[in-house]
Design a protein around this ligand. Structure first.
Ligand code: NAD
Ligand code: MN
Length: 822
């Protein structure tokens, strides 16, 4: 072939990256051991697993198969290391992390080639994307290690963290896990995915090169059933960080329920890619390539559902097919290849199965005319049209290079289609009209929204899901909170006067009630002394005041028709409240949903209403104080202090309502990322028994300040302070349905809330068993949980009772990527 011929065809020649250095590296070290305490050790089982090159189907090397004995050893090493690493100054940790980043760069090509060999992804991606992002992640988090003391005061590391990662971005997922963990002073036991351990093993070698203290990072290769499960169940692990499928995430939620382990889950997705008719269609085509054929579609946030405005659909599909015809698929080490191999035969079979099912369901399948290599596990880029939104290919995560397309007519229809999924990981929106794009972005329930771009990642900008795509964030400052806890949790709670039967000077409850009988107080025995004919005093029975439940702004009777007695300090009945049941909770959840417009209102308006509630509470201070005395027997002064603290707390969250704002990130690209704190939705909450009013206000106020609507189960023991509040709400312009109150048995009602698919988060202040119940049940729709495991908080203490922890639990971060500047 001469130069003229080449000009004629413009064919690519082969441009392979040499595999030899990586293969030599493997050969020198095989079989690999486990990495525990900075040493390579033989697996307890004595067994090894083949590591396969998916583009050939041939073994590359052997890795150790760890079992639970190895998990024990690794956790013990991590525990021992934590003793000093957890106290190592931030600056010292920053130096280690800086060194790790440097070493990643020094070995960047070896890592890129290893990753391509092991996973099957193209060298173009590993070289230009995976590995640079890995280094970036360690640099970025070195900075947070340095700044931890000043920027996260009052927080400390969680301890030993078990981390479990998938195979689609093996080293990048490792970096997303290990970097924030080390930055915050934790130690780690990490399990790579069964098919892709090799770059993690090279990473282990880097730990030796930088002389990271032994035991800070431990890496165990092996099977999920041997290593993953043992790690999840290990009693000395303080947190599990998991990335993988929603099914496994759900089983981990259940397995850790009630254990007190912190948990973050990054799960699957079926992300929409929305194209409006004014979009630049040629950019859209390149966007689609990056959305669904990047990494062979094995991307949790892949734009796998193409939603196109009807009038441009045909034109876009034509352009797309033409582009697909030109995609190059083959040897991942070829630098001019767009797509490599699927990670494993099992994964390939699953893609084939779902595609066949799509055809069977009546959708139209299209693939380019060229053929895939027959050796290795390849699957061509695939496009489905004529897809109906309810079919399985439109709903199920395929995790392969398969795009399904659907059309819409109006922006509202686009949003409805986009949100028609149980997932909520990411979305991209294409339009030349910035108003339209930024109108749609907040309406999509997803953790990342890319405007006129897709699959953008950076350490500065948190990544993670809404709904069944999991909870917690990786990256950004918000990601750090997954690896710390408030220091006071460990130092124990200063309970102050929680059980204050007269531990404060002043009148005791009994004295106050006695006094009531003379002074005709607002609560207590209301005696009137009118004069009858004879002129003698007649004692009338008090008018019965039965607090009802509060749903959709209305006082309602319980569905059950039963009431429960409320006992005061002297064990006498001080009132009755409704015995709430499943039906009441369902009505309350429905009301809370219907009130979702609350989140769309202005933060100024929410602040105004919180101030107004405080104002109206102040007017009734005496009544509320007496109610507390009546229920708890605490002194009047103590009760007044609780009411005052509740008023102050309402002021705090009124203040925060328009100040707990997002940030604007500047990732290294032409754009900005708007990190928005969004309301979570409907939060179910069970209030603590101590501080019947303050406990209630401390939970409700931050949640509604941030735009959530709530279904509240007040203190089971002392519910009357909460039910008294509805009269305050009614006079404070709080829209119907924003706060709903269902009285009754805390654990029974909480478990209905935890089971409910339309409840997005649950906060539970109750017993350890109740906490377990709630965490277990919440796995159904992967709702966020915040439970106390039976450890009380001192609600009067500002560090424990209010502040950013409450605001964080009330929000989830959405990152909106917007092109900006030049
Ligand atoms: P997977 O859930 O089967 O496995 C993920 C990891 O968990 C692997 O290391 C596996 O060995 C381990 N594991 C499996 N069962 C376990 C158990 N019972 N206990 C403990 N550990 C267990 O997922 P996969 O097939 O490796 O990866 C594909 C899935 O991961 C997709 O659904 C994808 O959406 C998801 N994913 C999500 C993200 C994200 O950030 N949200 C990123 C990548 C992949
Ligand atoms: Mn492999």
């Amino acid at each position: 072939m001469n130069v003229m011929d080449i000009f004629e065809t413009m064919e690519y020649g082969p441009a392979p990256e040499a595999a030899t250095p990586a293969l030599d590296w493997l050969k020198q070290r095989q079989p690999f051991g486990l990495f525990i305490n900075n040493q390579w050790v033989k697996p307890a089982s004595g067994q090894y697993l083949d590591s396969i090159n998916p583009s050939t189907g041939k073994p590359l090397t052997q890795v150790a198969a760890a079992n639970s004995a190895d998990v024990d050893a690794a956790v013990a090493a991590a525990r021992a290391a934590f003793e000093s690493w957890g106290k190592t100054p931030g600056h010292v940790r920053a130096r280690y992390m800086y060194a790790i980043a440097r070493h990643i760069q020094k070995h960047s090509r070896l890592l890129a080639v290893l990753e391509s060999l092991d996973n099957g992804k193209s060298i173009r991606e590993t070289r230009d994307l995976d590995i640079p992002l890995v280094a970036r992640h360690f640099y970025y988090h070195a900075g947070w290690a340095q700044l931890m003391d000043s920027q996260l005061p009052g927080y400390e590391p969680v301890g030993v963290v078990g981390q479990i990662i998938p195979w689609n971005f093996p080293l990048l997922m490792l970096a997303w896990k290990i970097a924030p963990a080390l930055a915050m002073g934790n130690t780690v036991v990490l399990k790579p995915a069964r098919y892709t351990s090799l770059t993690a093993l090279k990473f282990a070698e880097i730990m030796q090169e930088v002389e990271l203290p032994a035991g800070v990072v431990n890496i165990l290769t092996g099977e999920a059933s041997q290593v993953g499960e043992a790690l999840v169940r290990h009693p000395d692990v303080n947190k599990i960080a998991f990335t993988g499928s929603t099914d496994v995430g759900r089983s981990i939620r259940r397995a850790t329920a009630g254990s007190g382990k912190k948990l973050s889950l990054e799960l699957g997705g079926k992300s929409p890619f929305i194209v409006f008719d004014d979009a630049d269609l040629d950019s859209v085509v390149e966007g689609v390539v990056d959305a669904i054929w990047f990494n062979q579609g094995q991307v949790c946030c892949a734009g796998s559902r193409l939603l196109v405005q009807e009038d441009v659909a045909d034109r876009l599909i034509d352009k797309l097919r033409a582009r697909m015809e030109k995609l190059r698929l083959g040897n991942p080490l070829d630098k001019a290849v767009d797509m490599g191999a699927i990670v494993s035969p099992g994964q390939l079979k699953e893609i084939q199965r779902l595609v066949a099912q799509g055809v069977e369901e009546g959708a139209e399948m299209w693939q380019p005319s060229w053929a895939c290599p027959t050796e290795g596990y390849f699957f061509p880029p695939t496009l489905f049209t004529n897809v109906s939104p309810a079919t399985s290919i439109a709903q199920v995560e395929i995790f392969g290079p398969v795009l399904v397309s659907m059309t819409f007519r109006t922006p509202a229809e686009a949003v409805a289609l986009a949100n028609n999924t149980r997932y909520g990981l990411a979305a991209s929106v294409w339009s030349e009209n910035i108003n339209l794009a930024l109108d749609v972005a907040p309406k999509i329930k997803a953790g990342s929204v890319w405007v006129n771009c897709t699959n953008m990642f950076d350490a500065s900008s948190g990544f993670g899901g809404y709904r069944e795509s999991g909870f917690g964030r990786e990256g950004g400052k918000e990601g750090l909170y997954e690896y710390v806890r408030p220091a006071w949790e460990r130092h124990g709670v200063n309970t102050g006067s929680v059980n204050g039967h007269a531990d404060v000077e002043g009148m005791t409850g009994a004295e106050l009630i006695a006094q009531d009988e003379d002074s005709n107080g607002a609560i207590g025995r209301n005696e009137l002394r009118p004069y009858g004919d004879s002129g003698n005093a007649v004692t009338l029975p008090p008018i019965d005041r039965t607090p009802k439940m509060f749903i959709k702004g209305k006082q309602v009777r319980p569905d059950s028709g039963y009431s429960r007695d409320v006992y005061g300090a002297e064990h006498h009945v001080v009132g009755q409240v409704g015995e709430g049941n499943r039906k009441d909770i369902r009505n309350a959840v429905e009301a809370a949903h219907a009130a979702s417009g609350w989140a769309a209102g202005t933060t100024h308006n929410r602040a105004q209403i919180l101030y107004y509630i405080a104002e109206n509470l102040e007017i009734r201070q005496d009544e509320f104080a007496r109610r507390i005395v009546q229920q708890t027997g605490r002194s009047y002064e103590d009760a007044v202090r609780e009411v005052q603290a509740s008023i102050s707390r309402l002021f705090s969250y009124a203040a925060w309502a328009d100040k707990y704002e997002g940030v604007v990130h500047r990732p290294p690209l032409r754009g900005v990322v708007l990190a928005m704190n969004e309301a979570i939705g409907v939060i179910g909450m069970a209030c603590p028994d101590d501080y019947p009013l303050l406990g209630f206000v401390s939970l409700v106020a931050p949640a509604i300040a941030m735009g959530n609507t709530v279904v509240v189960v007040p203190s089971q023991q002392s519910p009357l302070s909460a039910t008294d509040c509805y009269q305050v709400f009614e006079t404070s312009d709080l829209p119907d349905g924003v706060v709903n109150i269902v009285t009754g048995e805390r654990d029974a009602l909480s478990s209905v809330l935890a089971d409910h698919d339309d409840v997005d988060a649950i906060w539970y202040s109750g017993t350890a068993e109740g906490s377990k119940l709630v965490e277990m049940a919440s796995a159904g729709n992967m709702k966020r949980t915040w439970v106390y495991y039976g450890h009380p908080r001192n609600w009067l203490d500002l560090a424990q009772g209010e502040g950013e922890e409450f605001l964080r639990e009330s929000t989830q971060v959405k990152n909106i990527w917007v092109p900006y500047g030049e």
